[in-house]
Design a protein around this ligand. Structure first.
Ligand code: AMP
Length: 187
């Protein structure tokens, strides 16, 4: 199955995609992880995005689209893609659509983890103490959330008419979200 996990930072996309990777023997495509990897490896892309990432700014569609392209076309990953944090803009959603068409694939499930701002702030502050991510301080959390709200509405509109679009209350406990997801993947 090709699955998109969609929702604000802190909605639990990473946790649930790791579960799906194991359960379905699939591959996680986390643009956040891919971007952090570029920074870690000090690549040209990494150097160009380091400040924007720290500040919780949106990275250009061109860069993220470029990072995922080869992964979508990888024959080993075909039909086993779990998108975590991508697409985050209408342009990215349209790009993914054409990449999937061109690689003869489809989207089997679009999971929207919907969660309110207060829950997110609590979760991300907790995550900061565990993962020590530089973009998990309160100002950046709020910035990332506002940016998310601004860019995601068109993405939601784009997918919400798709029969494979499912909304889940992302405020539930991790295992409850997982149980709901299981009802959609028939395992
Ligand atoms: P995440 O790990 O998904 O929370 O992403 C962390 C940060 O990486 C975001 O706040 C953005 O700065 C950047 N980022 C991740 N995915 C994308 C994307 N699809 N489009 C633009 N920026 C992204």
């Amino acid at each position: 199955m090709n699955i998109i996990l969609f929702g604000p930072p802190g909605a639990g996309k990473g946790t649930q995609s790791k579960y799906l990777v194991k359960k379905l023997n699939a591959f996680q495509i986390s643009t956040g992880d891919l971007l952090r990897e570029e920074i870690k490896n000090n690549t040209d892309i990494g150097i160009s995005i380091i400040n924007d990432m720290k500040e919780g700014k949106f990275i250009s569609d061109k860069i993220v689209n470029q990072l995922i392209e080869n992964l979508v076309f990888d024959p080993l990953k075909k039909g086993k893609l779990i998108f975590d944090g991508y697409p985050r803009s209408l342009s990215q959603a349209e790009n993914l659509n054409s990449l999937l068409i061109n690689s003869n694939q489809k989207l089997d499930l679009i999971l929207f983890l919907n969660v309110d701002k207060e829950t997110i702030i609590k979760r991300l502050e907790k995550r900061k103490t565990i993962e020590n991510r530089s973009d998990d301080d309160i100002d950046t959390i709020l910035k990332r959330h506002d940016k998310y709200m601004e860019t995601t509405q068109p993405v939601l509109n784009f997918y919400s008419k798709n029969p494979n679009f499912k909304e889940i209350d992302g405020g539930l406990e991790i295992h409850e979200i997982t149980r709901k997801i299981e009802t959609f993947i028939n395992v």
